[in-house]
Design a binder for this molecule. Structure first.
Ligand code: 13P
Ligand code: SF4
Length: 328
């Protein structure tokens, strides 16, 4: 480790103490960011930790919606996002309603008889098309979208969440792949939004055939944000932390890893006798990689990237998150 690297680490640890701060990092963060964090986990674990951790300040190393969830669950803490423009593109694929300028355009178009506006264009349109059907929002959504939804889910609990709802239909937003996975593993009819994660959706069946040929003794783990035809070929489909548990408890010695490559750090660190191969080397989330040790240090010094969800959104969004967290 270089001297400057070590110096930055020391400064972070000192400031963290002074600020009574806790650093939370997602499993996709850079290796050195994971190593400085107090807690590293998947979306569900990070939500639970944010809700229970005893501190004044949370420095969140992840993407925007994750820091929003921390703020929703812990309104009395100062929640800082290590990089303000670290966003999840999939979360941006659902809007609650049109922005005002688009609404004006919409009214204009609507008078033209040939124009049919897709009902699924906004969440409110979709809800109007399927009245009374509960909305399950993946945590990879904005706080405003959560506030407009009945319950949240993560990749770790989507099946349990969907099964917990009464009625035979559910709306799942925004990930069409996760929705198809839920449809396959529950008795519900799932009405899916047309969103996707660009990191996972790029995996195709040929990637699986190629990886299996190269590593015939390895078990293949895939994240449910991958396409259904990919998931059907996997040995185990689970969240990022689910992969860590699976690799630890399995007798197998080799694994092909079908998710963002940041998870490789913990997989290797926690399983020294085992070997891990990325399913594709380009499964890299650029937004997750925006955070560096310097971002963490800067935030601890300046405390500028405060994520605070307004009460009128926080309260209904918390209801949807709490409902999810109650499911064991
Ligand atoms: P996990 O819930 O498995 O941590 O995944 C979050 C995410 O953003 C996946 O792309
Ligand atoms: Fe969003 Fe995909 Fe990045 Fe996860 S990996 S934060 S879903 S873009």
């Amino acid at each position: 480790m270089s001297d400057t690297f070590e110096k930055t680490r020391e400064e972070i640890l000192k400031l963290k103490e002074e600020r009574k701060a806790i650093i939370l990092a997602h499993n996709y963060q850079r290796d050195e960011v994971q190593d400085i964090a107090d807690f590293v986990g998947d979306s569900l674990e990070l939500s639970r930790t944010a809700a229970s951790v005893d501190c004044k300040v949370i420095v969140f190393c992840g993407v925007h919606f994750m820091a929003e969830s921390a703020s929703i669950l812990s309104p009395d803490k100062t929640v800082l996002l290590s990089e303000l423009y670290a966003m999840c593109p999939m979360a941006a694929m659902v809007e609650v309603d049109f922005p005002r300028d688009v609404q004006t355009t919409f009214t204009g178009y609507a008078v033209q008889p040939t124009f049919v506006f897709p009902h699924e264009f906004t969440l409110r349109h979709m809800k109007a098309k399927y009245p009374g059907v509960p909305v399950v929002a993946y945590v990879n959504t904005t706080a405003a979208v959560k506030a407009e939804s009945d319950i949240c889910c993560t990749s770790a609990n989507v099946v349990k969440v969907v099964e917990s709802l009464s009625g035979d239909r559910v709306i799942c937003i925004p990930d069409k792949n996760l929705s198809m996975w839920a449809a396959k593993n529950t008795s519900k009819q799932v009405i899916a939004w047309d969103g996707f994660c660009h990191v996972h959706d790029r995996v195709v069946k040929d990637d699986i055939f190629k990886a299996r040929k190269e590593h015939p003794n390895a078990l293949l783990m895939a994240h449910p944000e991958c396409r259904i035809e990919v998931l059907e070929l996997a040995d185990h489909v689970t969240s990022t932390s689910g992969m860590l548990r699976f690799a630890k408890s399995s007798d197998a010695k080799e694994f092909i890893v079908g998710t963002e490559i940041g998870i490789m750090h913990r997989l290797k660190k926690e399983n020294p006798g085992k070997v891990f191969y990325p399913l594709r080397k380009d499964m890299v989330c650029p937004n997750m990689k925006k955070t560096t040790l310097n971002s963490v240090l800067r935030e601890l010094k300046e405390m500028k990237n405060v994520i605070k969800v307004p009460e009128e959104i926080r309260v209904p969004a918390k209801r949807a998150l709490d409902r999810m967290l109650e499911i064991k």
